[in-house]
Design a protein around this ligand. Structure first.
Ligand code: PA5
Length: 423
């Protein structure tokens, strides 16, 4: 499903580096699987794929049919872990969605919210609002505005069919709003934090409603759960990735750039940045996660990658089989001089650009590795999510932080609430 290649790490990572990190890796594995490491109460994602039942997926399928029947658009309201995985999935699977999805509550842009209201005004709309805490400012405000509009448009009874809440079982304002208004609810498990929640109802509900084959997403995740279960560096690519990024960090490579020549991965990279940034950036430690979409960004950031400060390593995500290819035609005049690639697929050329970039960046002092996703489909997406979640848990423990909390995100909120004079 996923192939891992560390060819361009040679010289940067020696056998003795691997030998040195193995004890920490085994300890991380034992702490994670034994639920005895830091933040163990938020490690429910570890066996989540095998815990999500087929009957729940079926239930979502039935709801999806109803929602698709009654709606022109789905509006997904949420931020951070309650937003990125949904968007990442839909963009990666590009075009598979049966119901167009709009997003709200992932910022506080009045222009964007206004535009959304105008777009959905005369359409049949269903809203899924997602917030684990049920108190996050951005989605709460967006929901307030969208709900008011829907209240004016549909009566209270119709609204019960058109608003779906995904939140904590008991806590939070969203649970209270849902109960008071009789909105349908789905529960986010207590033991799974926001950025690890894409395979819970947080991701599964909106994706099912949009028409994604979530059974396949979970099938891929289940395969990953069993494939990456054992602490065997030779056969566990996920642990190898976790080990190698820590070795590189220890050698002064403080920035990891996730690069892909497959633009549909743009939001997967955004999701990955949240996953690793929020999990590892603690106690003044942690690799800075950045991302590039190539070849686009080779024409903007290519110079920096090739020749800028050498504190960076690169992880490519390649896609072996994209959904479509486009053949380059021959041109009798050949004025642009590209007849030498006539008859080739654009994807073939894209892959040559990747091979060339990996080699050039390596020669320029950027060690790099490649994670290849064999196919751009739902099964592989589920697999990739689990791969990164597990790698992140292991990597965070090896680094010595609690990968499952996020105390640092409170600092600006306190100041913001003081400025807003919240009582
Ligand atoms: O990973 C996290 O915990 C955060 O990024 C949250 O996902 C984000 O802040 C949204 O929180 P909530 O779902 O509680 O609205």
């Amino acid at each position: 499903m996923i192939k891992f290649d560390a060819h361009y790490l040679k010289e940067s990572v020696q056998d003795r580096d691997i030998e040195r990190i193995v004890p920490a890796l085994y300890k991380a594995h034992e702490d994670l699987h034994g639920r005895k490491g830091k933040g163990a109460e938020f490690t429910g994602w570890l066996d989540l794929p095998s815990r999500i039942s087929d009957s729940f997926i079926k239930e979502l399928g039935q709801l999806a049919a109803e929602v698709q029947d009654q709606s022109d658009y789905l509006v997904s309201i949420g931020i951070g872990g309650s937003y990125l995985g949904i968007r990442a999935s839909l963009e990666f699977l590009g075009g598979i969605s049966k119901l167009p999805v709009y997003y709200a509550g992932h910022n506080m842009s009045s222009d964007q919210l206004h535009h959304l209201l105008q777009t959905i005004q005369d359409k049949r709309v269903t809203v899924v609002v997602i917030s684990k805490s049920g108190t996050t400012t951005e989605p709460a405000l967006a929901f307030r505005v969208v709900k008011k509009m829907l209240e004016a448009k549909y009566g209270a009874e119709e609204l019960k069919k058109r608003i779906i809440c995904v939140t904590d079982e008991k806590k939070g304002a969203l649970r209270a709003i849902a109960q008071k208004n009789g909105f349908r609810t789905f529960t986010i498990p207590d033991d799974v934090g926001g950025r690890f929640s894409v395979l819970t109802p947080v991701g599964l509900v909106p994706l099912a409603l949009a028409g994604v084959d979530i059974f396949s997403v979970m099938e891929g995740a289940r395969k990953a759960q069993s494939e990456y279960a054992a602490p065997d560096l030779d056969n566990n690519a996920c642990y190898r990735y976790a080990a190698l990024r820590n070795i590189l960090y220890g050698k002064g490579k403080k920035i990891e750039v996730l690069s892909s020549f497959y633009p549909n991965l743009f939001y997967v990279a955004e999701w990955w940045k949240q996953l690793f940034g929020e999990s590892e950036g603690k106690g003044h430690k942690g690799i800075f996660p950045a991302s590039l979409i190539l070849s686009t960004d080779l024409h903007s950031m290519g110079q920096w990658m090739q020749d800028g400060e050498r504190t960076v390593f690169e992880t490519f995500i390649a896609v072996e089989r994209p959904q479509q290819d486009a053949a380059i035609p021959a041109d009798p005049q050949d004025l642009d001089g590209f007849n030498y690639v006539a008859g080739k697929g654009l994807d073939f050329i894209n892959k040559k650009a990747y091979e060339a970039t990996a080699a050039a960046h390596f020669e320029g002092g950027v060690p790099n590795m490649t994670i290849t996703v064999c196919k751009a489909d739902a099964v592989h997406l589920g697999h990739l999510y689990y791969f990164f979640e597990k790698a992140c848990g292991i990597s965070g423990y090896v680094l010595g932080v609690n990968p499952f909390d996020q105390p640092g995100v409170e600092a600006y909120k306190k100041k913001m609430f003081a400025l807003l004079k919240r009582g």
